[in-house]
Ligand binder design. Structure first.
Ligand code: PHE
Length: 453
């Protein structure tokens, strides 16, 4: 893909392709698996409110900042900073992003593997005749094993690598355009079933009625981490994707559409899960396994549940795949452009290394479940460190870079497409990236981590 210094760059075919790929990255297990479990652990309603605040006040501007950097530089997450700030240490942001990508993919592929196991179970009618307690038990037996979870993780990493190897345009862009709408449609149908279960109201109350007594600084940090994770910001995914965006694409509109789509799906996932959690007497703070226990319960209670289960887990795996692809692309684009590797070699090396690290995440639920470090497993640490530490930290530096280093002219050029678009909110954006976002994230960090307090 590269010839000497000037890479021949792939690009998205147009506006719809960009949205599909960026929304494909944002919408994933973060919305359907992570959001419900984190919201469940943090008391529901008040968490949701804070999460929404972060999404729009901070997440959206950070996303726009990343797209701006990427399209301006036309390089990978690290190379972009090198190109825009030659000889300056800003490229370290890119390096941190690569580390975050490793960690995220290592634990994400564990859960993505679980979705494949559940897809197979759906096919073989594995949920049939089991009540809530039994479904919970089966889940626990499965995840605490070694062979099957590892096998599925491997399969999933292989699929991810395969798509990346083929290039983003002909792979992911083509399918996400069709599959994302189907996923939304299906979630809505499952929501309806969940809402008509006896005792559904309690779940809605949990999700939508804020109880501010639950709010502490660590909860606020969790909300920030979840917002960053769900939007795929803070580690260069959107810098990388931004570098494939053509000059005439409207970046603010793209960022807004992706943000709204991602957030809507997270809320829908909450509406799908929480009524059922209460109807089936499951603890909302159940943790990592929440959706895998609750969803099969819902399918058991639905007319046609067998088919819905199959379609749902198929789409969930695909949603996960369009996200894992975007994470691997960060590393592969870096390896191939900065370290001058062929795309093929970069893909094989990156995917193998990540899979190796991922084994420890997967085994955290079985043989390594007692190997706790400060009360968390390896998986727990990858999840926590990437979402709550690395992504917010990355986000701080990204906005600082755009606000203070890149300069108003360059930012205005990207946001208005060289003056073609109005860019009415340019000044608001600049105030957010210069002051509001970095200060807010820093404060949440300091208090959330208990550095002062
Ligand atoms: N946003 C993805 C999801 O919600 C996960 C992700 C995080 C993807 C960071 C890329 C970068 O599932």
């Amino acid at each position: 893909m590269t010839n000497n210094d000037v890479p021949v760059r792939d690009s998205f075919s147009g506006k719809v392709g960009v949205i599909a790929a960026a929304a494909g990255s944002a919408v994933g297990l973060g919305n359907i698996w992570r959001f419900p479990y984190v919201a469940g652990e943090n008391g529901g309603g008040a968490f949701l409110l804070i999460y929404l605040g972060f999404i729009f006040a901070i997440g959206f501007p950070v996303m726009l900042a990343e797209l701006t950097i990427g399209r301006r530089a036309q390089r990978n997450a690290l190379g972009s900073f090198k190109k825009l700030a030659p000889g300056k240490p800003w490229y370290l942001i890119g390096l941190m992003g690569i580390v975050a990508a490793f960690m995220i993919l290592a634990f994400y592929s564990t859960i993505a593997g679980w979705t494949l196991e559940y897809l197979v179970q759906a096919f073989t009618n594995g949920f049939s005749g089991q009540d809530a307690m039994q479904l919970k038990e089966s889940f626990e037996v499965f995840q605490s094993g070694s062979f099957r979870p590892l096998l599925w993780q491997l399969v999933f990493m292989f699929l991810t690598a395969f798509i990346i190897y083929r290039g983003v345009k002909r792979g992911i862009e083509k399918y996400t355009k069709i599959l994302m709408p189907v996923l939304v449609f299906l979630i809505i149908i499952i929501c309806i079933r969940s809402l008509t279960l006896d005792g559904a109201g309690e779940g809605l109350e949990f999700l939508f009625k804020p109880d501010f007594s639950k709010i502490t600084w660590p909860v606020i940090l969790d909300a920030l981490g979840q917002a960053a994770f769900s939007l795929s910001i803070g580690m260069g995914t959107l810098i990388t994707y931004g570098s494939y965006i053509k000059k005439d694409t409207n970046l603010p509109t793209t960022a807004l559409q992706v943000t709204v789509a991602d957030t809507s799906i997270a809320i829908l996932a909450g509406v799908m899960i929480f009524p059922a959690v209460f109807a089936f007497n499951i603890d909302p703070a159940e943790g990592f396994g929440l959706v895998f226990i609750v969803l099969p319960n819902i399918f058991e209670q639905m007319a046609g549940g067998y088919f819905f289960a199959i379609i749902f887990f198929t789409l969930l795996s695909i949603a996960a795949l369009t996200s894992t692809v975007s994470v691997l692309e960060v590393v592969v684009a870096y390896f191939s452009e900065e370290l001058n590797m062929s795309r093929r070699k970069a893909t094989i090396i990156a995917a193998s290394a990540i899979t190796l690290v991922g084994v420890f995440a997967t085994l955290s639920f079985g043989p390594l479940s007692d190997a706790l470090i400060l009360g968390k497993t390896v998986f727990g640490w990858f999840d926590y460190l990437s979402a709550n530490i690395l992504l917010p930290l990355g986000a701080i530096f990204i906005v600082l870079f755009v606000g203070w280093y890149l300069g108003k002219k360059a930012v205005a050029d990207e946001i208005t497409n060289q003056g073609e678009l109005k860019g009415r909110l340019l000044n608001v954006f600049l105030v957010i990236v210069k002051f509001i976002a970095p200060i807010a994230i820093t404060l949440v960090f300091i208090y959330g981590l208990g550095l002062i307090g």
